[in-house]
Structure formats: C-alpha cells, structure tokens
Design a binder for this molecule. Sequence first.
Ligand code: AMP
Length: 277
Amino acid sequence: MQVVETITEMKRLRRQLPEPFGFVPTMGYLHKGHISLVRYARKENASVVASIFVNPTQFGPSEDFEDYPRDTKRDLAMLEEAKTDVVFIPPATEMYPERFSSWVEVGKLTERLEGNARPTHFRGVTTICTKLFNIVEPTKAYFGQKDAQQALVIKKMVADLNMNLEIVMCPTVREPDGLAMSSRHIYLSKEQRQAAVSLYEAIQLAEELWSEGERDAEHLRQVVTSHIQQQPLAEIEYVSVADTETLEELKTATSSGLLSLVVRFGKTRLLDNTILK
Ligand code: AMP
C-alpha cells in the first residue's frame, strides 16, 4: 500500500495503476462502515484508492472541525488490511492553497434536511469531492447509505456536470445493537451511547408499520418521534419521510421513500435512515 500526500504524486500513481479504479473518500477515524466501502471497491475494481481528509470547508463555524477525531496510524493499518492500493492523505494547504476561491453548488437538494441544519455543509462536500474526483479520476466512487443525502447530492452533481464516474451507494453498517457506526460515537457518554440505540429501534418500528401497509407519512414520523422522545437524553432535530429523488416531504409514503432522522445527544448529532421497500 502506498501512502501519498501530494496531488502531483497521486496523479502520477494514478497513471501507473490498472483500471477499473475504485475510490473511497473518508475523513478518517475509520470503522467497519468505511472498511465495508473499501471491500465493495475491492470486489469491483482492479485498483482501490482511499482518501483521508478532514475537510474544513464542510464544517460550520461552531462545529467540531478542530475536535474531529484523528488516528492516522490506526486508519492506515485498517486500510492496509482491507487491501487498499493507495491512500491519499493530503494536508489542508495542498487541497486549499492560498487564494482558493472556486465552489461547486448543487442547489435545491442541498437546502433540505442536513442542508437546512448546516447551510454551508454541502458546498464543502461537493467542492472537495469534485477536487478529489479530478485528482483520482476513479471509475467508481463508493459512499455509505448512512449519509444518504450526501450520496444523493453527489449523484446529482455527477449527473448534472457530466462527470466521468459512477457513484455507488453501499448499505449502512451497524453496531451489534443496531446503532449505525460513526466516527463521532467517541463523543458519547456511556448513558448517551445506550440511549442512542433508540434511533434504530424507531426506524424498525416505522419499517414494521410500513410493511403492514401504513402509508400515512405523518403517522410514520410521529411513531419515530414518540419512540425517541422516551429517551430523556435525546433531542430530536428532524424526522423526515421524503421523496428519494427530490427530498421533498411526502404526505403519502411511497416505495423507495427515504425515512431519515437526526437526533442530538449533548453536542453530538447522530444520523440514521432507511429506504422504505
Ligand atoms: P466520513 O469519514 O464520515 O466522511 O465517511 C466516509 C464515507 O463512509 C461516507 O461515504 C459515509 O457515508 C460512509 N460511512 C460512514 N459511516 C458508515 C456506516 N456506518 N456504514 C456505511 N458507510 C458509512
């Protein structure tokens, strides 16, 4: 496995490695969710590149950029074990040199859900992904369903701007009790961690109702909300049942609608979702 820090070196290596080329962008502090993306990429490609970059432009001014957990040594060991060929791990000055001033904006999709709560977030995500796609030139890039809106926004950007790659959305990997894995769990106290399982429990309740024929989206939102409200440590930010393409809220839940939620435990925001099937 080769570890490279500069864009020049990454581009040089890119030309030497066999196609097709799978790419997994991450912010590091890896867990089994990230590694599952590497494994999907490994199965479908001759070469696999992962990136580790805590992207400052996708954090708001009062968010956790400075405190975001980092453990490069452990990350590299995990990526090596998953048979990654190249890890691109640039310093911030490499990606955002002085006087950097160009941005990629995707519009409506980025104003809803996460975009509503974090107004500058997706502009940072789409800009860094565009830069990474231009540098790495992957055949396919792999994203997790855990951040479903992010995957949808990137897919839309790739389609709208005729970018030359395919976006693959991979299933959410969960802890044994069902909590969707996240690098941010490290912030949770023991009590918050225990209470956090209510997100998955609530999703399962909604899935059960859905499979019994419930189509009233507001009822599904209410069931999820009232289950989580039983946890005094949980503060619900939003519960949404939305169209998977437009992310507009639905009155009647439809097949492949996206049920998503964000719940805060102290300062930690936890996301989860399911696609109604
Ligand atoms: P991050 O390092 O949080 O930016 O995540 C990098 C990639 O890993 C994104 O595509 C995430 O959606 C994906 N990811 C994060 N957590 C999980 C999980 N529990 N299961 C599957 N994919 C995940």
